[in-house]
Design a binder for this molecule. Structure first.
Ligand SMILES: Cc1cc2nc3c(=O)[nH]c(=O)nc-3n(C[C@H](O)[C@H](O)[C@H](O)COP(=O)(O)O)c2cc1C
Length: 192
């Protein structure tokens, strides 16, 4: 069975609308993929500061972090669910990405530049935004960041399932948006 990594950065957990969209999509993908899930809320995430960089440069990388990087690098597909926070992704997810960004694992480098070193051919990004901001609008720094990350690591085509204007519509409209996003996600699963 092919492998999929699911990074669950739905920080509000059970209360998260993003998570409500992601769960049925992941359940569907479990029929095709062996899924490894990283729940951001459950991980030990030290902010990447000078001491950690120096340790890393001397080859001292904790085995649990190496495991995150290797698991991502070896996955055929990646799914990330994360709410839209401060016009981008939650910082805990950014920290997870910084920790997992390991030379010769998620990316390689020569004397000119960096190249992706991950197997993944597609990255599905599931998000909900409070404001009325569309995917790939210049204010959507979540998608643009993950597209840049996909370039660095080699995660493949970035596909987005999103809801917007979630904080300024009625409860009924929120439910309709969630329902539509789930249907859209399940449709994407057919060719993912
Ligand atoms: C800490 C925080 C920061 C947020 N920042 C933004 C923002 O910059 N732009 C925006 O459109 N919505 C913002 N929102 C609203 C969320 O994107 C919106 O409520 C989303 O649906 C939350 O997803 P969740 O239910 O999965 O947690 C923010 C919400 C929180 C809690």
């Amino acid at each position: 069975m092919k492998k999929l990594v699911y990074i669950d950065a739905c920080i509000r957990d059970e209360e998260s609308r993003t998570k409500r969209i992601a769960l049925p999509i992941i359940d569907e993908l479990k029929k095709k993929y062996d899924v490894t899930t990283f729940v951001i809320n459950e991980l030990k995430l030290d902010i990447v500061q000078k001491a950690l960089i120096n340790k890393r440069l001397s080859g001292d990388i904790p085995s649990y972090i190496m495991n995150w990087a290797e698991t991502i690098s070896d996955a055929d597909r990646v799914v990330i669910s994360a709410p839209f926070w401060d016009m981008s992704i939650p910082s805990a997810l950014k920290t997870f990405i910084e920790l997992s960004s390991i030379l010769n694992v998620t990316f390689i480098s020569d004397d000119k530049t960096c190249y992706g070193n991950c197997k993944s051919e597609k990255l599905l990004y599931i998000t909900t935004r409070g404001m009325d901001i569309s995917t790939r609008d210049k204010l959507d720094q979540g998608t643009s960041y993950l597209e840049a990350l996909s370039y660095l690591w080699g995660l493949g085509e970035v596909i987005v399932v999103s809801c917007q204007n979630m904080d300024y519509v009625s409860c009924e409209e929120v439910e309709n948006k969630i329902h539509t996003a789930i249907q859209e996600g399940l449709e994407i699963c057919k060719n993912f």
